[in-house]
Design a protein around this ligand. Structure first.
Ligand SMILES: [Zn+2]
Length: 484
């Protein structure tokens, strides 16, 4: 059955995201789940950076932090912020063979100005080409996962080698919020990389940077292991403003398209994704800009109506990519025509959690329907009880509906099924469960629950990491919720 094509009335996301849903006003789940409270005031921004600087300088290693830098806007701006905070970072650049000269020039401009030390890791091209070809043959969507995984593995390895306690990351909510789950895959999934390579690869992997999910989880949890900080979430990050500042401060050069600093990324986003997967990632980036108040919907529509890249350039890129991968046009186009294969089809560290995250969309939707508190609370309670029949669960939620859900649970005599509940807005002066679960992950292990429902987005990733690294994870489940 062909699903009707629907576009959100607030942003430009549409039914090419197969997990999207809309409320009665045609507003999509990404807009509904968008958390406006992530905005910080200019005074708070300053305070955030000042206290981060104090924290990062408080240990005696040569470098205060490590910054992975591609030469694109997000990572360049992170390096710029490190300079603003008077930090001495070790800058790491990963060369996977695809970086544009422009990206490399951008890296040089920033590190030269601040005399930052740079370590460039050149990935063995035979191995990387073989991995990319294996992913193409496997038919999976997230070919970029290979680069992202290699960066993470390299940053953690170098942080340990140089005794660096902090990793400053360019991952950010402002410009990346709302990526459909089916459009990418978990970047930490070493098992998936190895399984795909085993089936479709031809070259033995001996130097490609890999790190297991288990090792990552234990480093992220340990007192001494490097802590990754998404510094762009501490400020009101705007990619447009960042570009301007970088241009005027460093002569940094802009490129068209998000992440077009790599030739492969440019081709992947403007050809492989739309042709094989029916995915136009510009919709996510433009929608994030709309929600961030940087452009309006009409401007985004106009942008989308244009081709992502000029046709002549696209064909040049295609020839270049096919040639560099040592493929021929016919077999490459054959792969483009074959059906996509989900990452879950191959062995993975994340199959179960991916499914759970998909389910969370349904619950988030319940919160947003504009009906009475009472009705929503009873729908929620019914949903929890139906879904987690006989299980003990933790709800971490906020606001009126959350409070009412609990009261109803009490009235119905099912309260004992819920072991802990925190209303983080009403009890903002007290420690809330989110803080506790992030700062003391062992609490998670000690809580006697089977299902944990997390509402507040600001804790989700960290709690998720803590939870999946628990030894008895198989018996515990995490569902993400939007604030209620
Ligand atoms: Zn929307």
């Amino acid at each position: 059955m062909n699903k009707k094509h629907i576009v959100c009335t607030q942003c430009v996301m549409d039914t090419s995201d197969k997990d999207i849903y809309f409320n009665e006003k045609g507003v999509c789940s990404h807009c509904l789940n968008f958390d406006e409270t992530y905005h910080v005031s200019p005074a708070q921004e300053e305070e955030n950076l000042a206290s981060l600087a104090v924290k990062l300088k408080s240990h005696s290693a040569k470098y205060d932090c490590i910054v992975g830098m591609s030469g694109g806007v997000d990572s360049s701006y992170v390096a710029h912020l490190a300079a603003e905070m008077n930090l001495n970072p070790l800058v790491v650049h990963l060369d996977n063979g695809w970086n544009s000269r422009l990206a490399i020039r951008n890296v040089a401009k920033i590190i030269d100005k601040h005399q930052f030390d740079l370590e460039t890791l050149i990935i063995d091209w035979q191995e990387f080409r073989d991995l990319q070809k294996a992913f193409l043959r496997a038919g999976v969507i997230d070919i970029e996962l290979l680069t992202d995984h290699a960066i993470t593995a390299t940053l953690y390895r170098l942080a340990q080698k140089h005794n660096i306690k902090y990793i400053l990351s360019g991952v950010n909510y402002a410009t990346e919020h709302g990526m459909p789950l089916s459009w990418n895959w978990n970047k930490d999934d070493k098992t998936n990389i190895e399984a795909i390579h085993k089936q479709f690869g031809e070259v033995k992997l001996s130097t490609f940077p890999l790190i297991s999910q288990k090792k990552l989880a234990s480093l992220r949890q340990s007192e001494t292991g490097p802590e990754s900080i998404n510094v762009l979430n501490l400020i009101n990050y705007s990619a447009a403003r960042a570009k301007q500042e970088l241009q005027s401060g460093y002569g940094w050069e802009a490129y068209s398209g998000k992440h077009f600093e790599s030739v492969f990324t440019r081709f992947y986003q403007s050809y492989i994704l739309p042709v094989k997967f029916g995915v136009d990632k510009r919709k996510v980036h433009l929608s994030a800009l709309i929600r961030n108040g940087e452009i309006n919907r009409e401007q985004a529509m106009l942008e989308l109506a244009k081709p992502a890249i000029e046709n002549r350039q696209l064909l040049r890129d295609r020839d270049y990519v096919i040639d560099k991968l040592e493929m021929d046009l016919e077999s490459f186009e054959g792969l483009m025509k074959s059906s996509p294969v989900p990452h879950e089809h191959y062995a993975s560290d994340f199959t179960a959690s991916h499914q759970l995250r998909k389910q969370s969309g349904f619950i988030a939707n319940l919160f947003k329907k504009e009906s009475q508190v009472e009705k929503q609370a009873s729908a929620l309670l019914k949903h929890y009880l139906d879904r987690y029949q006989g299980k003990t669960f933790v709800i971490y939620c906020a606001g009126e509906i959350g409070a009412r859900t609990l009261e109803q649970a009490r009235e119905k005599g099912v309260y004992e099924k819920i072991v802990a509940v925190v209303d983080n807005k009403a009890n903002h002066n007290q420690h809330n469960l989110g803080d506790i679960l992030v700062q003391s992950p062992e609490v998670l292990g000690s809580l006697d629950f089977e299902v944990l429902l997390i509402a507040s987005h600001k804790y989700q990733d960290e709690i998720f990491q803590n939870l999946i690294s628990l030894p008895n994870m198989t018996e515990k489940t995490l569902i993400r919720l939007r604030d209620c």
